[in-house]
Design a protein around this ligand. Sequence first.
Ligand SMILES: Cc1cc2nc3c(=O)[nH]c(=O)nc-3n(C[C@H](O)[C@H](O)[C@H](O)COP(=O)(O)O)c2cc1C
Length: 271
Amino acid sequence: MDIATVDHLLTTTRSVRKRLDLTRPVEPEVIERCLELAIQAPSGSDRQSWHFVVITEPELRLGLAELYRQAFARYRASGPAGPVTPLQSSADYLAEHFHEVPVLVLFCYEGRVEQAGPAAQAGLYGSILPAAWSFMLALRARGLGAAWTTLHLRYEQEAAQLLGLPPSLTQAVLLPVAYFLGDDFQLAKRTPTVERTSWNGWGRRRAELAGRGEDEGMYLSPVRAERQRDQTDWILSPLPGLATGNEIDVHARLGMLRAVDGFVQQNGLGG
Ligand SMILES: Cc1cc2nc3c(=O)[nH]c(=O)nc-3n(C[C@H](O)[C@H](O)[C@H](O)COP(=O)(O)O)c2cc1C
């Protein structure tokens, strides 16, 4: 596998709005091919109860665009005042031109979960969103772009009526699709993963666990950081007959430490 190409695809698949080519037709075969790739995505219990609604007829695109625009106007009005940001300007453009995008693809899944618990909700959305993302990646690799949109869902029922969808179907994401203008896309600026990743418990950095990170102790009091360094040394020190870092042993020792930590915290003995 050509990792550089895969990484490039993964890091430059963006929501495309201003760079959608509204004048170039999209061949139905490209959509079908990308959907064939998309259904390699996972679904809960391999149910594959997805349904992809491809919309190319101008009146239907206009109908959906109007629903989108109504929802977008409310969303935009509720946003902060101030100078228009590049993202807002891009979103404004898409709202204005939604009906001109040659193909709209609506990703749906069988079932309704608004009254259900988190497992059912995660089960349903987790069974359709990976396919939609795979579809976007497959499009991108072929020179087409899409924008991830959900705003029309404020009017989900109206959209279902317009398209004749059964009420048992959940709409998850609506992708306006077109060839993109220009050659490539940029890496997006994101919050570093290290700020959003915990290892073996909330707020614990991997560097802290290994006892050698530059940002070690950032979220810990000096006393606690010192204790953690000692603990880390202990976790990683070899036991007779076991290799250093033996996974089972490390987990066992971590479990013990958590129990001790819990006791220390409960009894106000921590630093
Ligand atoms: C759940 C979700 C809903 C979104 N809904 C909309 C939408 O309705 N309209 C829109 O223009 N962009 C929408 N976006 C696109 C985001 O604005 C976009 O993903 C984000 O700004 C990051 O930009 P990038 O996708 O180009 O990396 C949505 C994205 C997600 C994940």
